[in-house]
Design a protein around this ligand. Structure first.
Ligand code: LMR
Length: 394
């Protein structure tokens, strides 16, 4: 029977990861998949994670099932981290999920279950897997303008005009911070205007927040999410711990559904637990437990926050070095946007042909839409990239 299966198009980001591995050249630079790397190219286990793992090894005496929603202490700790006191705790239903992607998937399933005819508005561009999962789950998708190819900032007027087309019963998917793949973000005045449109249209916001702490700071990066959830009656938030805790392979995420009151919350909670049961039963616990231990322990938390700041500042340093190098080589300010963007990524804003040229001639790997993972650079490779950008006529 399985001969009926069709080959599926490869995920552009994961395919690039493999191409990079297969490239025999020694001098090559990986700016593909979104993982943080230090100056030596290592994606380190964070200090607080190591300490928590040690403690867990000593103290954990069972690995029996938790609950379908995961350990409630994980939800409590993450809700505090992401939402703080933006909404009352008893209006938030939450389930642990396998990574942020698991949270996104469960959110889409919840939408489909509640409103089979809902449309989800997505930024153009967005993380390619948003589109892939929406197609797979069978939800209609409507792109909204987001990136301005000229300024390499947000096409704010285009965005507002497009999301205004959403109706009650539709969902608008937003990146809470550090937009993936562009690195271009809204300021808080612009976020307020987005909120006004959501209130006006009655569309439900869904926020994907996968890089809290990688942009302007742990609190600053959550500000937009907090503003949105405190301004509308219903919202979904998919949070990932992969990046800011560096626990990519542990698959640790949380889906939050914010509603108006405790009765609605119970319905959300039961439905989300049901969806977990159908798809994988109990969510992974190891990463969630480490995160909970860190967030609930003053010493571990302080160490984690300090290391996260080191990570954030190193990316900011690379951004300004790259922008400076390009300014010197091009004799113009046209690459200044690289220092303005926030998070791991920047969209260079060039053609797939030029991206290909940088790959074949210079061994530089970026996603074909010209998304670069800034954390893939170090002080020595920044000038190499800058020269390749100029040599390729970007
Ligand atoms: C990325 O965008 O590179 C990351 O979110 C990793 C992934 O799963 O695509």
């Amino acid at each position: 029977m399985f001969e009926t299966l069709k080959t599926r198009p490869a995920d552009s980001i994961l395919a690039l990861m493999q191409m990079y591995k297969d490239d025999p050249r020694v001098a090559k630079i990986d700016l593909g998949v979104g993982v943080y790397k230090d100056a030596t190219g290592l994606t380190p286990v964070m200090r607080a994670i190591k300490s928590a793992e040690h403690k867990l090894w000593e103290e954990q005496d069972t690995k029996v099932y938790t609950g379908l929603a995961g350990d409630p202490a994980f939800a409590d700790a993450m809700i505090r981290l992401v939402l703080a006191d933006a909404v009352a705790r008893d209006t938030v239903a939450a389930v642990a999920t396998p990574g942020g992607t698991g949270a996104v998937r469960q959110a889409f399933e919840l939408i489909k279950l509640a409103r089979p005819d809902a449309r989800v508005f997505v930024s153009n561009p967005t993380w390619p897997n948003h589109i892939s999962i929406l197609n797979y789950v069978g939800i209609e998708m409507v792109p909204y303008r987001y990136f301005d190819d000229e300024t390499r900032g947000v096409d704010f007027d285009g965005m507002i005009a497009d999301i205004r087309q959403a109706k009650a019963g539709d969902v608008v998917l937003l990146h809470g911070c550090c937009h993936n793949p562009t690195g271009a973000n809204l300021n808080m005045t612009e976020w307020q205007a987005v909120v006004d449109v959501l209130v006006e249209t009655g569309a439900v916001p869904m926020i994907d927040i996968a890089y809290q702490g990688f942009g302007d700071g742990l609190e600053e990066d959550a500000q937009a999410t907090r503003l949105v959830v405190s301004s509308v009656p219903e919202a979904l938030v998919a949070a990932s711990c992969s990046k800011n805790f560096g626990i990519y392979r542990e698959r640790t995420g949380l889906l939050m559904a914010i509603s108006q009151n405790a009765d609605a919350r119970k319905l959300h909670q039961d439905t989300l637990a049901f969806l977990n049961r159908q798809n994988f039963s109990f969510p992974p616990d190891h990463g969630a437990r480490l995160v909970t231990m860190i967030l609930n322990d003053d010493v571990l938390r302080a160490d984690w926050m300090a290391e996260l700041e080191e990570v954030r500042n190193s990316m900011l340093g690379l951004r300004s070095q790259l922008a400076g190098e390009l300014q010197r080589l091009s004799g113009s300010d046209r690459f200044g946007f690289l220092a303005q963007h926030r998070g791991m990524f920047s969209r260079l804003g060039t053609t797939a042909e030029k991206v290909e040229e940088m790959r074949s001639k210079h061994g530089i790997y970026m996603v074909s839409d010209s998304r670069m993972n800034i954390a893939g650079l170090n002080a020595e490779t920044v000038p190499i990239l800058a020269e390749a950008i100029i040599a390729s006529g970007v």
